[in-house]
Design a protein around this ligand. Structure first.
Ligand code: SAM
Length: 286
């Protein structure tokens, strides 16, 4: 498959272009073919697929994607990597590289332009500083998605997958699980990258629901409730909601909601599952 997934070839190309690794862009390049294969397998890529890659770096994962997908668009912020990508991707005619900050990119417009609005797959070894904003912007902007397969910090992957009662459980778990089913496809140690990150990493696959299993009257209210209850984790749910600026409810109204749903009045948000948050939101919105 690709040619760059080992230390020798990666160092060679970096030296050839006198490339200086930019910490501020979260640059940790993959140097392990097994991990690259696992990512492609977890994303279940076929020649039918259009893949958006975020942060191609020197093109290590991109080469694998070009071989297995129909079409690849890779968005890279660092302009110094563009000439390198030109060389490492020169054998492929199904890839477009865009030199842009992915957070400033209109992804729904990109999907329209490059894939006729048909659902895409997103694959990335993500720069860790944009993990949460990128995941949430894909879901909240309703980008048509088949799945999202990303390398992220292990600790964040655990938070995404966590359920009520565990210490990793929080607003991110609920936000992601509202849209998608997460599973961790691989744990990846620091020695699979140059330079080595300080923390362990994991490949997580998120498959969005084609039809949401949840009925929510007011999504904004639901997300505000979730934020309110994890904002002050040690407070009871009632106090968390009552103290939250963007929520106008009196203590009596919140207590009435809990009582009618048979939820104990001193409960903390961290003990509630997504379905209970939705029930409270639907009660309050009526
Ligand atoms: N895909 C390569 C690999 O697996 O070896 C590189 C992964 S490296 C962890 C993250 C890449 O994302 C870097 O190439 C970095 O320059 C790029 N990047 C960082 N912030 C970005 C942003 N806001 N938009 C697009 N690319 C970004």
């Amino acid at each position: 498959m690709g040619t760059l997934g080992n230390p020798k070839n990666t160092i060679e190309i970096l030296n050839k272009y006198d490339f200086i690794i930019q910490k501020k862009f979260g640059q940790n390049f993959l140097i392990d073919n097994h991990v690259l294969e696992k990512i492609v397998r977890a994303a279940d890529i076929t020649k039918e697929d259009f893949v958006l890659e975020i942060g191609p770096g020197i093109g290590t994962l991109t080469q694998y994607l070009c071989e297995s997908a129909g079409k690849v668009v890779a968005v890279e912020i660092d302009k110094k990597l563009i000439p390198i990508l030109k060389e490492t991707l020169s054998n492929y005619d199904n890839v477009t590289v865009i030199n842009e900050d992915v957070l400033k990119l209109d992804i729904p417009a990109l999907v329209k332009e490059h894939n006729n609005d048909r659902p895409i797959k997103v694959v990335a070894n993500l720069p860790y500083y944009i993990t949460t904003p990128i995941i949430m912007s894909l879901f909240e902007n309703h980008v048509p998605l088949l799945n999202v397969t990303i390398m992220i910090q292990k600790e964040v992957a655990d938070r995404i997958q966590a359920g009520p009662g565990s210490k990793e459980y929080g607003a991110l778990s609920l936000a992601v699980q509202y849209y998608a089913k997460p599973y961790i496809a691989a744990n990846v140690p620091p020695n699979c990258f140059i330079p080595r990150p300080k923390v362990g990493s994991a490949v997580i696959n998120l498959t969005p629901y084609t039809e949401s299993p949840y009925h929510v009257e007011d999504e904004k209210l639901l997300f505000n409730l979730i934020r309110a209850s994890f904002n002050q984790r040690r407070k009871t749910l009632v106090n968390g909601i009552f103290n939250y600026e963007d929520l106008p409810y009196s203590k009596e109204e919140i207590l009435a909601a809990l009582e009618s749903l048979d939820i104990p009045k001193y409960i903390r948000g961290e003990a509630l599952g997504l379905e209970e948050f939705i029930a409270i939101a639907n009660y309050l919105s009526n």
